[in-house]
Ligand binder design. Structure first.
Ligand code: ADP
Ligand code: MG
Length: 277
């Protein structure tokens, strides 16, 4: 059944949603510019529900730009423009009449540098997104949600006795897991992660990878990573981006991660995944 369902209120406020649970995100011929500088050229990619999709490729090939386009952050950059479509379970997130805040609520983002509100308590960090999205939940509901989201982010046991301490007092890896918990609190259908472990030590990195693995049934995950071992460990699908000699970024190859790492179809993919550039 491919019929598009009308948006519905979920009873928690915060505007209409287009369904619940992990959704398939699909980019259709997405091109992007900063001023006259074209940085992505007709990128099409399906990021299936209940799977982890890794975006790999050298610096500057447009991975972060692509990720921002997927939740409408690109349009906040003054010089930025784009063409193409982004579909969340086949509903265009850029449709006129659909608000930017709806896209943000359904498609969360975690960045390279952990960015909790440092002076805000751990508890308030988790529920911060609720207020931003005008989602109404009573005190008890909030307590439950904080425990649930911190548990999913693998942080509950470490912080349950100090929920009133500031987020900034946590270690880098804990701060990143707090950011994941904060993203989960609004029950996004997709979670975008832009090099979430690049600023973290190996132990924290493994914890985040375990969390990503456990979240698979909860939320569709798209992760940018420079770490090929990480891509191989956490992702089901992989897309290899490349921008050759100042040309805009394109996807050279995409498909199942195992196949891409073991029998890449394009020589450039093979060179990249084997560390040859
Ligand atoms: P990646 O994440 O793969 O390293 P980016 O998406 O950050 O690549 O960058 C792609 C291209 O877009 C680069 O040439 C970069 O210089 C340019 N770019 C990124 N952000 C901006 C911006 N805010 N303004 C102008 N150019 C930008
Ligand atoms: Mg980047």
């Amino acid at each position: 059944d491919t019929a598009v369902q009308p948006p519905v209120e979920d009873g928690r406020g915060g505007g209409p949603r287009f369904g619940d649970g992990p959704a398939t995100l699909r980019a259709d011929a997405v091109s992007a510019w900063f001023g006259d500088h074209k940085v992505l050229d007709r990128v099409s990619l399906t990021m299936p529900a209940r799977q982890v999709t890794a975006l790999i490729g050298p610096s500057g090939c447009g991975k972060s730009t692509f990720l921002r386009i997927l939740n409408r952050m690109h349009e906040l950059i003054g010089s930025a423009s784009l063409a193409g479509r982004v579909l969340l379970d086949e509903v265009d997130i850029y449709d006129r009449g659909r608000r930017i805040t709806h896209a943000r609520r359904e498609i969360g983002m975690v960045f390279q540098k952990p960015n909790p509100f440092p002076a805000m308590s751990i508890y308030d960090n988790v529920v911060a997104g609720l207020r931003l999205n005008a989602i109404r939940t009573g005190r008890e509901g909030k307590d439950d949600l904080v425990e649930e989201c911190l548990t999913k982010a693998g942080l509950w046991k470490e912080v349950r006795d100090r929920l009133r301490q500031p987020g900034g007092a946590l270690s880098g890896g804990q701060q990143q897991r707090l950011c994941i918990a904060r993203s989960l609190a609004v029950r996004p259908r997709v979670l975008l992660m832009d090099e979430p472990c690049s600023a973290l030590d190996p132990t924290s990195t493994r914890r985040i990878e375990e969390t990503i693995h456990d979240l698979r049934d909860e939320v569709t995950i798209v992760i940018v990573t420079h770490n090929m071992q990480q891509a191989a460990r956490v992702s089901d699908n992989c897309a290899f981006f490349l921008a050759a000699h100042g040309t805009p970024g394109v996807i050279v190859e995409h498909g199942g991660t195992h196949a891409m790492f073991n029998s890449p179809q394009d020589e450039r993919t093979s060179d990249y995944v084997n560390g040859r550039f």
